[in-house]
Design a protein around this ligand. Structure first.
Ligand code: ME8
Length: 654
């Protein structure tokens, strides 16, 4: 048994989570599960990178204390990892007390031994933005963010002697090609950063407070990347009283990350470790990006591909499968709804789903549901079994090389081959001839055994369907937790009773689903617009809150209404047309912009509060006689306002 320490980067909890966010974590999860199921002692670390000016600013925009804002987004990230079945062993937050203390110890140690020194930083400073810029970053000599004048300023700062490690870093990358992968990233680091010459880096800031204080000079905050990178060792207890995990797992076997942060992981991080005199990680891998229409999916653009929505609609396994399979590893991959849905239909429904349902149906039909004993081979068996028998080693070789989509392809090659084997052997023809019964038994055993091997090997990748497959085969998953049980073809699974049951995956009407996903995306987009408007309105309202007197208020006639009918307004995604009883002996029509939150069928029978003396107005050609009251917030939530008790239509609200 070997130890295997694998890490994702720690995530900035600065906004909404999207499918791109899930990429690193799902890939690492599959690798971690694979290694664990081979019997290794795995430690899988992920977490959040919570300090720095950027986060402080985002929280301020939401008008909440920084920690409160972060706690909420970190909670949402943990929900996402739960949804995606991420099997991390530890979740570190850089605001955790033990981490902050360890960062301070590391900073002090590096300072005391001379790897960190105090000097002065010179740059062009924009006071309103509290930011330094280099001369080349300025636009027309002004701040590139706000366009205001900047001044040349000097500030005392701490610096890390990165330059001292330049030669060792070049040697590390050049002489140890396994350290930085894929290989293209080696040239990039050597040619763009190391060969031109490394400068010492500024590792403290005084322009904001949200971070770890330099213990011996508290007006300085530790640079967020120093704070963040050290998470990989502080999470194991380095710099604390208990470093048992550190001794057991360090060095990391794999640091996985997106390509944009390879520089920090393959230059700054090893240099810090060299300065601390610690062993270096065995491998740093920079994967490509999940793209959307030519751009990296990001927090600002990513909401339209919401992993929660995709997995709720199409299953968790569909989302994990897509992420693990579709994007050539190490390169960028383009996301499209069509490619996602097509993968489900072709690979999960057609290839895997069909194989399982055809095989179990035939075992039910021809052998009364019991997996038969293989008695007499067919002419196709040798070639076929040869392919299935080597599957474990092909998949595990590819996982060792971090070729995850290739490992998935190995499994699907066997699934497709098994479907072809059915077509070659034609069990339905064998079944008509009593003298072929032994061959029929062998064919169906071979298929069931293939499905078992496939299910065993799928366990690290898809976390729901392998258990369903085991159930359909009537075999106990507990026997097959170790992947090595997939090593050899020919286990004694005969006699187990299969159960075809429902389909593993449902076939999708792709064109219909594309329309549905477009509709969902439009709703999300409109909600985002709503949030922006709400924020703006609040900012404006805060400035003009006018007192009114009771006489002003009495001019407004608020009444309880009962909704008797409701429908969507055509071509207006935000609007519902309601028929409302206000106890007047006639019903009114009211058009309201609540369609993003309420479906027409939910509205019928609802009590609502209506401004009943509002002058009628035409909305999309419909005369609206009144306005419905709602509560809303800047998070994009909206709720109808209604009396707590059941009140008659027409009751006054005052
Ligand atoms: O960089 N496709 O955090 P982060 C693929 N806090 N991967 C993507 C992606 C996309 N569209 N969008 C994001 C940070 N990612 C730092 C790390 S580590 C000491 C500090 C990946 O929240 C991204 O490449 O911006 C990275 O691996 C991870 O999400 C976290 O990114």
């Amino acid at each position: 048994m070997s130890k295997y320490y694998i890490t994702t980067p720690i995530y900035y909890p600065s906004g909404k989570w999207h499918l791109g966010t899930c990429y690193t974590t799902v890939i690492c999860d599959a690798i971690a599960r694979f290694k664990r199921m081979q019997g290794n002692d795995v430690f899988y670390l992920t977490g959040t990178d919570e300090h720095g000016q950027k986060i402080e600013k985002v929280a301020a925009e939401h008008n909440v204390p920084t920690k409160e804002y972060i706690d909420k987004t970190v909670g949402e990230l943990k929900d996402l990892w739960k949804l995606l079945d991420i099997s991390y062993d530890k979740f570190i937050r850089t605001t955790d007390d033990y981490h902050e203390k360890a960062v301070q110890r590391i900073f002090t140690k590096l300072y005391e031994q001379g790897d960190i020194y105090k000097s002065s930083y010179e740059g062009w400073y924009c006071t309103p933005c509290e930011s330094y810029w280099t001369k080349s970053q300025l636009v027309d000599g002004k701040c590139p963010d706000c366009g205001r004048p900047v001044e040349l300023m000097q500030e005392e700062s701490y610096f890390f002697r990165l330059s001292k490690y330049q030669d060792r870093l070049i040697k590390l990358i050049e002489e140890n090609p396994e350290f930085l992968q894929p290989a293209s990233r080696q040239k990039e680091m050597i040619n763009n950063f190391l060969k031109p010459g490394l400068q010492d880096i500024c590792v403290s800031r005084t322009s904001f407070q949200w971070g770890v204080q330099v213990p011996f000079d508290p007006k300085h905050i530790v640079y967020v990347w120093i704070d963040a990178l050290t998470n990989y060792i502080t999470a194991l207890g380095y710099g604390s009283d208990n470093d048992e995990l550190f001794k057991r797992y360090w060095p990391a076997d794999l640091h996985m990350m997106g390509k944009e942060i390879v520089r920090f992981h393959s230059i700054i991080w090893p240099a810090i470790l060299m300065a601390l005199n610690l062993p270096l990680p065995k491998k740093v891998y920079g994967h490509g990006w999940l793209m959307l229409g030519g751009d990296k999916i990001s927090k600002s653009k990513g909401n339209i591909i919401d992993p929660f929505i995709l997995s709720e609609r199409y299953s968790l396994d569909a989302v994990r499968y897509y992420l693990l399979r579709e994007i050539p590893f190490g390169q960028d991959g383009m996301y499209s709804n069509r490619a996602f849905l097509t993968r489900i239909n072709s690979d999960l429904v057609n290839d895997l789903g069909n194989l399982v349902s055809r095989t179990t149906a035939m075992i039910e039909q021809y052998f009364n549901g019991a997996i038969p004993y293989p008695e007499q081979a067919t002419e196709f068996d040798e070639d076929y079994i040869g392919l299935v028998d080597g599957l474990y080693s092909r998949v595990s070789d590819n996982i060792d090389k971090l070729l995850v989509p290739e490992a998935m392809e190995n499994i699907w090659e066997v699934i497709r081959r098994a479907n072809k084997y059915i077509d070659e052997t034609c069990p339905w023809i064998l079944a008509k001839d009593e003298s072929k019964r032994k061959q029929l038994a062998t064919v169906l055993y071979n298929l069931a055994e293939t499905i078992r091997i496939v299910a065993v090997l799928l366990q690290p990748f898809l976390t729901e369907c392998p258990a369903k497959i085991f159930k359909k085969l009537g075999i106990k998953p507990a026997l097959y937790k170790n992947l090595k049980s997939a090593k050899h073809f020919g286990r004694r699974i005969y006699g187990f009773r299969v159960n075809k049951g429902e389909a593993l995956f449902n076939r999708l009407d792709i064109e219909k689903e594309l329309k549905e996903l477009d509709k969902i995306a439009e709703t999300i987009h409109l909600k985002d617009e709503f949030i922006l408007q709400e924020k703006k309105r609040r900012e404006e309202n805060l400035l003009n809150i006018n007192e009114i007197c009771i006489e002003d208020f009495e001019k407004i006639a608020l009444k309880v209404g009962k909704v008797t009918a409701c429908e969507k307004v055509e071509k207006a995604s935000k609007l519902l047309k309601l028929t409302v009883d206000l106890g007047e002996g006639r019903e009114r029509t009211i058009v309201s912009g609540i369609a993003l939150w309420y479906k027409p069928e939910d509205m019928i029978g609802q009590s609502i509060v209506v401004v009943s003396n509002l002058k009628p107005a035409k909305l999309r050609g419909i005369e609206s006689e009144g306005m419905i009251l709602c509560a809303s917030d800047v998070e994009g939530n909206l709720s109808l306002v209604a009396p707590i008790m059941n009140m008659k239509a027409g009751s006054e609200v005052r």
